[in-house]
Design a protein around this ligand. Structure first.
Ligand code: HEC
Ligand code: HEC
Ligand code: HEC
Length: 214
């Protein structure tokens, strides 16, 4: 996984957890409150219109340290990649699919690269559109062992999910909101309209996938 994805999301998930104490489903609405909006506008002005915070303003780097000039700014590193409107503003799956980045699949040639192209619908009965879990987009970045069988049993229907636990940083929330796109992007997971579920199998076919070159 790209290191560039890591730092920002952690703050994001604690903010989400805070909101959820009040109401789970009102997140997007709360994000629009005047105070939050004003803070966002001020923050964006401080960044000079760029969506990426300059290192000297990120609260992590010491702006007085002369070595700060030696580091590459996130805006310079990330602005060439396909844009997102959330998280660290990069649509990482597109960056990979379009070949804009070509990360190594393994460090050692003897480590097998395991990929799987199979979609699974994991939540069908709720107020939200159903959740589609795509294996392909995950195994292009992650080995199976990141999820199986510690986080998720390797059997369709065998896991119990909960949005509250996800917002608390468990299950999908171990990564989403931390190192992958944030939990504010409801529709990226809740992507299948309930009306289109009739007759659709929960477990999709395992499709052949060209192996990622090491
Ligand atoms: C990373 C993926 C992911 C994201 C992003 C996500 N959810 Fe969920 N959500 C899930 C999963 C998985 C479940 C299944 C839990 C279950 O079956 O109850 C779920 C269940 C739910 C449920 C209960 C079941 C239902 O459909 O009514 C609600 C409500 C919900 N999510 C709301 C939201 C809202 C609102 C957002 C955006 C603020 C959101 N979710 C973002 C994965 C996600
Ligand atoms: C990011 C997490 C993640 C990764 C990585 C991952 N899986 Fe899964 N896998 C899941 C989830 C979530 C399910 C759905 C289980 C359910 O229905 O509750 C699942 C289900 C499965 C199933 C059950 C399918 C069925 O027909 O019952 C198999 C088999 C499986 N995964 C194999 C793999 C293999 C092989 C890899 C690596 C090439 C892999 N998975 C990588 C999360 C992951
Ligand atoms: C071990 C880490 C990990 C876990 C656990 C995980 N994801 Fe992901 N997910 C990723 C990464 C990394 C990506 C690719 C980068 C990105 O899109 O931010 C991704 C991408 C996705 C995408 C595709 C986004 C796209 O642009 O095509 C969806 C949908 C998704 N995850 C849903 C889920 C759901 C639902 C769960 C829980 C059942 C889950 N993920 C659990 C790491 C994880």
């Amino acid at each position: 996984m790209s290191h560039a994805m890591a730092p920002r999301g952690l703050a994001c998930i604690s903010a989400l957890t805070l909101f959820v104490g009040v109401c789970t489903v009102c997140l997007p609405a709360r994000a629009q409150t005047p105070a939050v909006k004003a803070a966002a506008v001020a923050a964006s002005a401080a960044r000079g219109g760029s969506p990426w915070t300059a290192l000297e303003h990120d609260g992590l780097h010491d702006p007085a340290n002369p070595a700060i000039g030696l580091l590459q700014q996130p805006g310079e590193a990330l602005s060439a990649l396909p844009r997102d409107s959330a998280g660290n503003q990069v649509r990482w799956v597109q960056a990979l699919d379009q070949g804009v980045i070509q990360p190594r699949a393994n460090l050692s040639a003897s480590t097998p690269v395991r990929v799987r192209d199979q979609d699974i619908i994991i939540s069908k009965y709720g107020s939200m559109p159903a959740v589609l879990f795509p294996h392909r987009q995950h195994t292009l970045w992650l080995d199976c062992a990141n999820c199986h069988d510690g986080l998720f049993k390797q059997q369709a229907g065998a896991n119990r999910y909960s949005m509250q636990r996800i917002l608390d940083g468990e299950q999908c929330g171990v990564c989403h909101g931390a190192v992958s796109f944030p939990l504010t992007e409801c529709n990226r997971c809740h992507s299948v309209p309930n009306s289109s579920l009739r007759g659709r199998p929960d477990v999709g076919p395992v499709r052949p996938l060209v192996e990622v070159k090491p």
